[in-house]
Design a protein around this ligand. Structure first.
Ligand SMILES: Cc1ncc(COP(=O)(O)O)c(C=O)c1O
Length: 292
């Protein structure tokens, strides 16, 4: 039975209950993070906590915990679920902060909100080896989300519908298009490689600033791989040599088929192979306590 953290208590998941008046339940009024931990060590924690702070600022909710207190809780949840993780002890922690509950359902913020804090962890499955030979397929869809996608809000209904639409089409991800430009995936950021240059859309309110995205750019910079943060026209996607999607739990995944047509030669490309090696080296350095 997984152990979760809820509002100051560690308890079995099935005993963890929140009020039906919680604004997360009624309005989707909250934010979240998903943070991987390799060998029990949290990956890019400072970056995730900074993004959490930005999301909380974005919804005008005070951070209920200091960074130190967050780390203590996350470490404790990982520890208490150690026996559910495999021998590598790779887990991802999910944390959620809502604006708590009030006596009545009212769009207006409660005068003195008491945020609800919920944390749980899940074992991370080993990356599927078939990804390296086959990649995944994706489709493009209109981005139907709101205007503040830089906030990691729990209000994910558009993302849910888009991801399901992709799955119904037999695709593993939807690439979202707004005003003719590719923004990101339904649960990932997007990269395109053309003539050796790694390209990704620039940060902005329309997309989530992915922690994996930023690490890919950092690794490109450190290893002198050419990259560019630039708008990507949806119409140009089929001229790409490679397309990747990135996220904390899926790492860097090559998209080899888009809208039923092959990308490049239909197999994961050489730039992806170099980047995933750099990424995995970094991950091992975190596991061994050399990096954070
Ligand atoms: C909409 C969206 N964009 C991008 C990402 C990737 O972010 P990260 O690399 O921080 O996991 C996610 C992750 O869930 C996401 O939901």
């Amino acid at each position: 039975m997984p152990t979760v953290y809820l509002n100051g208590h560690y308890l079995p998941a099935e005993q963890a209950c929140v009020s039906v008046m919680d604004r997360g339940f009624l309005f989707g009024d909250g934010v979240y993070e998903v943070i991987p931990a390799y060998g029990g060590r949290l990956f890019r924690l400072a970056h995730h906590l900074q993004r959490l702070q930005n999301s909380l600022d974005g919804i005008r909710l005070g951070n209920p915990l200091s960074d130190h207190a967050w780390q203590e809780i996350l470490d404790e949840v990982l520890k208490r679920n150690r026996d559910r993780a495999g021998s590598d002890n790779d887990q991802s922690v999910y944390l959620q902060v809502t604006r708590g509950s009030a006596a009545k359902r009212d769009h207006l913020f409660p005068e003195e909100p008491v945020p609800a804090v919920f944390v749980f962890s899940n074992p991370i499955a080993k990356p599927d080896p078939q990804l390296a030979t086959r990649g995944i397929s994706a489709i493009t869809l209109d981005d139907i989300r709101w205007q503040y996608c830089n906030i990691k809000a729990i209000t994910l209904l558009p993302n849910v519908l888009l991801r399901q639409q992709a799955a119904d089409h037999g695709a593993a991800e939807a690439l979202l298009v707004r005003n003719g430009k590719v923004i990101e995936g339904s649960a990932s950021n997007v990269f395109v490689v053309r003539e050796g240059v790694i390209m990704t859309p620039p940060r902005g309110e329309q997309m989530l600033p992915g922690i994996t995205r930023d690490l890919v750019l950092e690794l490109a910079e450190r290893h002198a791989l050419p990259y560019d943060e630039t708008d990507i026209e949806a119409d140009s996607l089929h001229q790409a040599d490679e397309i990747w999607v990135t996220s904390s739990t899926r790492e860097i995944v090559p998209v080899t088929k888009l809208n039923d047509l092959a990308i490049g030669d239909g197999r994961p490309g050489p730039v992806w192979k170099s980047m995933i090696e750099l990424y995995r080296d970094y991950k091992e350095a975190v596991r061994n306590g050399i990096r954070s």
